[in-house]
Write a protein that binds this ligand. Structure first.
Ligand code: VTB
Length: 361
């Protein structure tokens, strides 16, 4: 029987970003993860973040591209490096939009807890949502649900539908019972109602203290034990999730929400946040009305040549933590992917002294 794909077709990439920058992107997130790993468990989340940012930026600036940070460490006035709008790369080469979270799960790293990663996504210019640094309330699911929706147009996930209805669709798509589903959600008072509804519908809940980005990616990986992610978290994290889930064929639905609203603050506090953030929102073409619109995967990541890489700092759902061996040698696990459909699980071992450092399996 002929092989369904030629070797050339298998190694085809979606465009210049995947072809030229994906191998480099892996090294960028690896460098940040290794830098952060040296700060693991030291209780200083700001310093852990700082070293990850610095390592990432140094690596990024070596790349031949004309990069712009679209989602990063915050606005220019609050972040000295990798702020929104910062230009990175040598300036020669392809135009690239970048979403970055140099250390997703700073608390997790500082406390030595599982789930922190260094993560970045790239796409062609205009390929990544340009939005404010607030929250996005979301639903994330894997490719089986996308397939099921295509075959059952009347049964589509909706952000505002009752939780039980959405869970039923996911269960049918995965050919299992709602009781067998696992939903990951951030452990926050703002999610108390949703958590109750998920449990009442019969599904199981995994609460995470931080870091709902990689669980979102895991919804597209069978065997990860995660079928759905729900709840409001950082908008940057949601866009990064969207980049990964798009390349894996899954989907995300999300809506921008102000943290003061999501966290049930007083009207006075909500008004203060609106006053502070509205000018920036309006500059991005977002009004208080359009803030409420539901965005899909295409809206969050319209790019056609999208790449994503996440390197684990502490142990993850499907990645090992960084190992440090002395003499600066390190081993680091990464999952990376591109629009072509190529996914790589990379186990990189950086050895300085080949005589002194043994290679372990
Ligand atoms: C969210 C979540 C992230 O921080 O942004 C969360 O998406 C912040 O939520 O994965 P709170 O404002 O409630 O703390 C993370 O957990 C880590 O960056």
């Amino acid at each position: 029987m002929p092989h369904p794909k030629t070797v050339e077709e298998m190694s085809d990439c979606a465009g210049p970003i995947e072809c030229e920058l994906l191998p480099k992107l892996i090294q960028v997130t690896e460098a940040a993860a290794i830098a952060a790993a040296y700060q693991m468990g030291r209780g200083d989340k700001h310093f852990a973040d700082q070293v990850a940012v610095a390592a990432m930026r140094r690596m990024l600036n070596k790349l031949n591209m004309n990069g712009v940070i679209k989602i990063g460490e915050g606005e220019r006035d609050e972040a000295p490096m990798l702020y929104i709008g910062e230009k990175v790369g040598t300036g020669a080469g392809v135009d690239v939009d970048i979403a970055v979270d140099p250390l997703e799960g700073t608390n997790l790293t500082a406390d030595g807890c599982p789930g922190s990663v260094a993560v970045m996504a790239m796409a062609e210019r205009g390929g990544i949502f340009h939005g404010p640094d607030i929250y996005i309330d979301k639903i994330v699911v894997g490719p089986e649900v996308v397939q099921y929706e295509a075959e059952h147009p009347e049964e589509k996930l909706e952000l505002d539908a009752p939780v039980s209805r959405n869970l039923n669709i996911v269960a049918k798509a995965l050919d299992r019972k709602v009781q067998e589903l696992v939903v990951v959600i951030l452990d926050r008072p703002r999610h108390a109602q949703k958590i109750m509804e998920i449990r009442e519908a019969g599904a199981r809940v995994k609460l995470v203290s931080d870091g709902d980005l990689m669980p979102g990616v895991a919804t597209a990986i069978r065997g990860s034990g995660i079928h759905m992610v729900m709840g409001a978290g950082g908008s940057g994290e949601a866009v990064l999730t969207a980049a990964a889930i798009k390349t894996l064929g899954g989907k995300i639905l999300g809506r921008l929400v102000l943290p003061s609203v999501a966290n049930g603050k007083t009207q006075e506090e909500i008004d203060a946040e609106i006053e502070e953030k509205l000018p920036r929102l309006e500059k991005m073409g977002i009004s208080l009305q359009t803030l409420n619109e539901v965005m899909d995967t295409e809206k969050l990541v319209p790019g056609k040549d999208v790449i994503f890489s996440a390197s684990a700092v502490t142990p993850g759902h499907f990645l090992h933590e960084v190992s440090l061996f002395g003499r600066g040698d390190a081993r680091v696990n990464t999952v990376s992917m591109g629009s072509s459909g190529t996914v790589r699980f990379t186990d990189s071992i950086y050895i300085k002294d080949k005589q002194k450092t043994p290679l372990y399996l």
